[in-house]
Design a protein around this ligand. Structure first.
Ligand code: NOJ
Length: 562
């Protein structure tokens, strides 16, 4: 059944709230997406992943689902969705839905029944436990922390019971131990695949299984209290195999999992082809190379060695065993070109194109986040009230609670905020960047769409979009770019990132200067006589084997050995 179509695919992510607003109500919608499908098709991608379109009260902007089988009215109707599916398929674009099944919204009818009726079968759909009484005080059942700060337990009304939520308190964790829950989930996947969708991105999938009985996490130094009891839990592999057996493997589907800091061993097990769990998972380790310990708000000087390790390690681990993914941005991260020590005033085009070539020509399926193909930069937020993401607010309040002055706390938040990626897409220089006809968008942005937008980029002779087109074409057509084994060069260089990909006599060589100074680097012997396929500058300076790379210059060579 499986054609493994995702292996030579390139996937484009849309955050529906902010892509295109066709009815000028301030929210992006399905009509808007359909009107821009040709733009996506022209980029050359194979598939689109839609961040959640389902009914949701939007405490976490769609990642809190209250009906898995319906479309939220701000985006349109089920008919609109079916038209979208059809319009995508007409253009040979596959459709990937987001599946948030670690938790539901507390507005989901299951949850409402679970808390209002003690005898309801839905009570066992969630993780509900008695609190602890200590010295007359009612405490949560364990000391686990929600990944979005605070206790992971919320008291149910004025009862002695609590429900578990590893994210916002409006996102109640599902009890995957209950076979009925697992059956519901398989049925939901089948419902969408029967409609014709081609795959799923699973939200925080490696939290489905928890360690029971629930107990305190006594680890002294832990980044996340309770993580050892709810990350990569004991039944994870079993649950995934079952889900695949009852749904995914019955269709020509693609499944990609988003995980919370999986162990290296588990990361590999999840994607091993023979295991039939998931086709791939996301790898984000390289995106922590400019923050402290994975905490996005705490900036540190960019560490290229860490970036390289994070980028290449999963390519090595997964090669020959399972599939890999390549990511620079998504709705949970700031814009890539505004990170990693990049001076966007002077090197935006060079750095955006370097990042694309270096990241996406590696081993794995590239995921491109809307606007990344234009080299969009971060937004200039002026204060916390301009941000909508609950996480920005939680962390800001927490920092202030611990005594940090508001201005300083805001500067931290601004560095790592997810809000940067969630402002309306910059289509042109007109009001709201062409996102709509002038209605105040749900999430405001600054005026930078006047400087950088799709229309302007496409008209420029230094178009990031056209460079992406080139990289995508190469990625889809070149055998080495798709199937090749990655070998890293210049491993310990703090400025150069370089690797080869080799497959059945086809060799690709990618080398780049990830710094704003000129750097000399010796090309390997075998590259002499190779074809230069990609260069983000006009030419390049070479003396013998040594190339003098200009700031953020990237070169890609190809050679056939017969
Ligand atoms: C990961 C999603 O990407 C993020 O946006 C969301 O807030 C959490 N999971 C919780 O669903």
């Amino acid at each position: 059944m499986k054609t493994h179509w995702y292996k030579n695919a390139v996937i484009y992510q849309i955050y529906p709230f902010s892509f295109m607003d066709s009815n000028n109500d301030g929210w992006g919608d399905i009509g808007g997406i359909i009107s821009r499908l040709d733009y996506i098709k022209d980029l050359g991608v194979t598939a689109i992943w839609f961040s959640p379109l389902y009914k949701s009260p939007d405490c976490d902007y769609g990642y809190d689902i209250s009906d898995y089988r319906d479309i939220d009215e701000k985006f349109g109707t089920m008919r609109d969705f079916e038209r979208l599916l059809d319009e995508c398929h007409k253009r040979e674009l596959k459709v990937i839905m987001d599946m948030v099944i670690n938790h539901t919204s507390t507005e989901h009818p299951w949850f409402k029944e679970a808390v209002s009726d003690k005898n309801s079968k839905y009570r066992d759909y969630y993780i509900i436990r008695q609190g602890r009484r200590e010295k007359g005080k009612l405490l949560p059942p364990s000391n686990w922390a929600s990944t979005f700060t605070g206790s992971a337990w919320e008291r149910i009304g004025d009862s002695d019971e609590f429900y578990l939520h590893l994210f916002c308190r409006e996102q109640a964790d599902l009890n995957w131990e209950n076979p009925e829950v697992r059956k519901e989930m398989a049925d939901i996947l089948n419902f969408w695949m029967d409609k014709g969708v081609d795959g799923f991105r699973f939200d925080v999938f490696n939290m489905f299984s928890k360690v029971y009985p629930i107990r305190d996490d006594d680890s002294k130094k832990t980044f996340q209290k309770g993580a050892k009891f709810f990350v990569d839990g004991p039944r994870m592999h079993e649950f995934l195999k079952e889900l695949s057996g009852n749904s995914l493997s019955l269709y020509d589907s693609f499944s990609v999992g988003e995980s919370f800091h999986p162990s290296r061993e588990n990361a590999l097990e999840y994607v091993k082809e023979e295991n039939r769990e998931l086709d791939a998972i996301f790898n984000f380790a390289h995106l922590d190379s400019d923050n402290i310990g994975g905490m996005k708000f705490f900036r540190k000087p960019f560490d290229l060695l860490q970036f390289k390790k994070g980028l290449f390690e999963p390519q090595k681990d997964n090669y020959g065993a399972g599939w890999n993914t390549l990511v620079l941005e998504n709705h949970d991260n700031p814009r890539s070109v505004s990170r990693f020590g990049i001076d966007t005033e002077h090197f935006r085009y060079e750095a955006a194109t370097l990042l694309a070539a270096v990241c996406f020509l590696g081993f794995g399926t590239p995921f491109i986040y809307m606007g990344e193909e234009l080299g969009l930069t971060n937004t200039r937020f002026n204060n916390i009230d301009e941000m909508k993401d609950p996480v920005s607010h939680f962390v800001y309040d927490l920092m202030k609670h611990y005594g940090m002055p508001g201005g300083l706390a805001f500067r931290f938040i601004r560095y790592g905020a997810r809000d940067h990626a969630r402002v309306p897409m910059a289509w042109d220089g007109t009001v709201n960047g062409g996102f709509n006809n002038g209605h105040e968008p749900w999430q405001g942005s600054d005026r930078s769409y006047r400087q950088i937008n799709a229309e302007k980029d496409l008209a420029s002779d230094r178009s990031v979009y056209r460079f992406y087109q080139k990289v995508i074409r190469l990625k889809k057509e070149n055998e080495a770019a798709i199937w090749g084994r990655t070998e890293e060069y210049a491993h310990s260089s703090k400025k150069i990132i370089a690797y080869s990909r080799e497959y059945k006599g086809e060799m690709l060589f990618v080398a780049a200067n990830f710094s704003k100074k000129n750097v000399s680097f010796d090309l390997p012997e075998w590259v002499s006589g190779a074809d230069l396929l990609i260069n983000n500058y006009e030419g390049f300076d070479k003396a013998g084997k040594a190339v003098s790379f200009q700031p953020y210059q990237v070169l890609v060579f190809d050679k056939r050995f017969d």
